[in-house]
Design a protein around this ligand. Sequence first.
Ligand code: GCU
Length: 420
Amino acid sequence: MKRQLWLALAAVAFAQAPGVNYEESMVGAYTLPDPLRMSNGELVKNATMWKRQRRPEILALFESQVYGRSAPAPRKIDYELLHRKTDALGGLATRKEVAVWLTPRRTGPRMDLLIYVPKERKGPAPVFLGLNFGGNQAVTTEADVPVTKKWVRPGKFTENGRATEASRGTEASRWQIETVVKRGYAVATAYYGDIFPDHKEGLKDSIIPYFYKPGQSEPEPDQWQAIGAWAWGLSRALDYIQRDRELDGKRVAVWGHSRLGKTALWAGAQDERFALVISNNSGEGGAALARRNFGETVERINTAAPHWFAANFKKYNRAVNDLPVDQHMLIALIAPRPVYIASAMEDLWADPRGEFLAALAADPVYRLLGTDGLAVKEMPEVHAPVMSRIGYHIRAGKHDVTGYDWEQFLNFADRHLSKR
Ligand code: GCU
């Protein structure tokens, strides 16, 4: 009886759940907040007003309403070189593992950075920095990179919540380390689970509790959760990179795929030391406009992953038009620094058109700041990358990071991250 009742209730709940919309004609009308108008209605007239008034206003709204406020940057950087090998990748690179402690006095989790530095280079190498999903051993086939001992998402290459040796290299195609190194860039990465284990109960094993005020037992509604913590971790990786003489801390591209693409945008928006930002298939809560009802929605993301965004973001589950921001303003926070948005044809869940339209709606801010913004007004054809200061492409295929994507990221970085 009980079971029947439960099944009946579940059926009702399912029937009421709004279907996912994949019909362009069903998207409906929406009005985006104007990035160049202050909350009090005043128009942003020049770069100074953007920098001093509107940018801080938008940043504060994303903090309080979307991702949550993060802890301030630590005063001291605490790191230790664990391992250094000068003939990695068959002699192409120097490989290092560096432990970076994320909380004071080594009380809490540490993040292990894996770094490949091209040996052939003229000075400090520019860097592609990003977090990975499966542990550092997953991004490379090299046998002597340690397998993460932390909790990983259950899957084919895990046993009892831990990664197995079989996970080595399983994300290698998403990183293309050899190609990147051959183009003269260093690669730096860390496992995102070092910062916040990506599950609903992950908070307690994350870095966040180490920053509670006395007596605090959970983040305030306007404080950080997983995406905020991961983005903060990227800034700590940058702290380290800026100390490393082999790396050029002024030419660091922060990148990420999917939930880590959302993270890269948020990291780049907050931390202006990142010279370039790349979002790959980041979708809802990343580059895609929240107001467009296509693919994933605010309600769905907050339900499936309640630990990603600030608790305040849930207020908009059924009131997305009440959001004081939309994702074009997240991209605008990166201005005038170069930003690249990549979509995939079959990745409808992430709303490719919504990702393009957000890039387009950030263009006025880039232009106000004197750059060429996004060089097109219409969504480009498949495999027709746009390489202006706001870059964009859509490729064939699924939700993934491919060689095609990397080719464009590298071309974009060659153009926009060259020595200044
Ligand atoms: C889910 C989620 C997306 C996210 C993706 C990923 O599909 O709904 O928002 O981008 O996972 O990170 O792979």
